[in-house]
Design a protein around this ligand. Structure first.
Ligand code: ADP
Length: 251
């Protein structure tokens, strides 16, 4: 518990820093991207400098994707909490992913019908699932099976927990990687392809919502990312005054 607390304190200060930088940087990147567009137009297709201008445009795009990730990680955007059906989110996600994942990845589902809703920001949660799916795909360069499952569990006190898991049959993680996977900026992916913010962001989103997020992994066999969230009815009809949008997590 103490470790979790330290982790979230670290996330908070890192988040504030990252959020500030990301904001300013995003504006600069928009300018770079705009000038690159003009340059691409002005040079025309046959100019030898054209690929260079396109390169600038693409790099600015990658930078913008990173700053979006930083902004989400910094939690500077207020949460729009709503009652979510995780089965619906999973189905939407699968429909979207079916086309983008590639043929060598077999998609599976194991959805438990009739789950109670959870209270969550839909956009942020979709990012969490999307990141998990992209990690799963990256772990299966020569194909494999990706499964999204949902279910209902009960915590020690008998309260309902709604679960969503993303399982892959990929490379898995060594104990070292597993121990550090939620650390901000920890990545084993090469420069330019990993930010190391996906799981740290997911950790923030899920713990802010009162849930837990865990990884189970075995090298060579695969990985499961599991999210557990309190069933929403109680939280939604909460007795306390609902403050302004933002984190009202315990602590
Ligand atoms: P990134 O994907 O940008 O590296 P993440 O925070 O999402 O950042 O992941 C951190 C690291 O955790 C990854 O670089 C990878 O080493 C490991 N990881 C995450 N998900 C998986 C997975 N499904 N299978 C194997 N390794 C994973």
């Amino acid at each position: 518990l103490e470790q979790q607390l330290r982790q979230s304190e670290r996330l908070d200060s890192l988040g504030q820093l990252a959020g500030g930088i990301a904001h300013d940087f995003n504006n600069i990147l928009a300018v770079i991207s705009g000038y690159a567009d003009m340059l691409i137009d002005e040079l025309g297709d046959s100019h030898p400098g054209q690929p260079d201008a396109v390169g600038i445009k693409q790099a600015a795009g990658r930078g913008a994707a990173l700053t979006r990730q930083l902004l989400l990680f910094s939690r500077s955007e207020p949460s729009k909490s709503e009652l979510l059906d995780l089965n619906a989110v999973a189905s939407d996600m699968l429909r979207l992913l079916g086309r983008t994942l590639g043929e060598d990845i077999e998609l599976g589902t194991a959805l438990t019908p009739g789950l109670p809703p959870v209270v969550l920001d839909r956009g942020k949660f979709e990012q969490v699932v999307m990141n998990a799916v992209l990690n799963a795909r990256a772990a299966m360069p020569s194909g494999g099976r990706l499964t999204i499952s949902t279910g209902l569990e009960h915590d020690g006190g008998g309260a309902d927990l709604v679960c969503l898991a993303v399982t892959d049959t990929g490379c898995g993680m060594t104990p070292d990687v597993l121990a550090r996977a939620f650390e901000p900026f920890f990545t084993t992916k090469g420069r330019g392809s990993g930010t190391g913010l996906g799981l740290a962001t997911a950790y923030g989103v899920i713990t802010d919502a009162g849930g837990t997020i865990t990884l189970e992994s075995e090298p060579g066999r695969g990985t499961t990312l599991r999210v557990r969230l309190p069933a929403g009815a109680a939280a939604a009809s909460g007795t306390g005054p609902s403050g302004p949008a933002g984190s009202t997590g315990p602590g």
